[in-house]
Design a protein around this ligand. Structure first.
Ligand code: CU
Length: 260
């Protein structure tokens, strides 16, 4: 048994993930104690109240309050887990939210049944999106995809679009802000090694942030049952060195704005 990771949790590759793992571990300790305690209590009750010892049912029943006190102690431990660990963890995550100019920003869109992403180019500004431009060929309503609107969208020129099924990339050891949304039903963007999960909700653009600490290729899963292709809604995310990422972004600038 690995004492540093007794639950055998998957590889951890983000900064705040260590706190998430700690909380999961403590909750499991409590559950293990409850399992042992309640099992012992159950066996004790079977023995204590057996027919041989109690030929006639007692109408007064148990009069001691020991089990009530035990229940209070358990509730106290649960309050400690919530107030002492869970609330401070998410408060810390919220406090650490970086400014956009100090982070790599990406917009991630879920759809039945794939993920796509948009990056602002070297200018760090996203091109325009307009609901009026939405069409089957331009589902995100990108101005760059529209011949007439293209001219007054200088910010979108160097944007990068990662179409569905293609690999997302992000730099390592950098603040990432990801805006999560959906084109159709509710999905959930989940990358287990990053300990990141956020529902993707149509009509909302929900920001999350994290710092990946290891270069590797990770699987993106959808954590909301979103239709009959849900189990296949996998994406890949490659976390790479900043220099490699910058080169990738540059090489893709403007060319992947098509939606194939
Ligand atoms: Cu989904």
């Amino acid at each position: 048994m690995d004492f540093k990771n007794p639950l055998g949790l998957p590889e951890l590759a983000s900064v705040h993930g260590a706190d998430v793992d700690k909380l999961i571990l403590y909750v499991h300790y409590l559950m293990a104690a409850l399992f042992v305690g309640w099992s012992a209590y159950f066996l004790y009750s079977l023995w204590r109240f057996r027919a041989g010892r109690n030929p006639k049912a007692s109408y007064a029943g148990v009069t001691s309050h020991v089990s009530n006190y035990v229940e209070l102690v358990i509730a106290a431990v649960e309050v400690v887990l919530l107030v002492g660990f869970a609330v401070p963890l998410w408060a810390r995550v919220a406090d650490d939210f970086p400014a956009e100019d100090k982070a790599q920003v990406v917009r991630i869109t879920g759809q039945q049944f794939a993920w796509m992403a948009r990056y602002p180019g070297a200018d760090r500004k996203f091109g325009k999106q307009d609901i009026e431009l939405v069409s089957p060929e331009n589902p995100l309503g990108l101005a760059q995809k529209d011949e007439k609107s293209k001219a007054n969208d200088p910010d979108g020129k160097d944007d990068v679009l990662v179409p569905p099924q293609a690999q997302l990339t992000l730099p390592v050891n950098t603040n990432i802000i990801a805006y999560i949304t959906s084109m159709d039903v509710i999905h959930s963007f989940k990358v287990i090694p990053l300990r990141v999960t956020q529902d993707a909700i149509p009509g909302l653009r929900i920001p999350i942030h994290f710092v990946a600490t290891k270069t590797n290729v990770y699987q993106i899963t959808c954590a909301q049952l979103c239709g009959n292709g849900h189990s296949n809604m996998k994406g890949t995310l490659k976390v790479m060195e900043q220099t490699e990422f910058d080169a990738w972004l540059k090489s893709k600038a403007g060319v992947s704005t098509s939606y194939e």
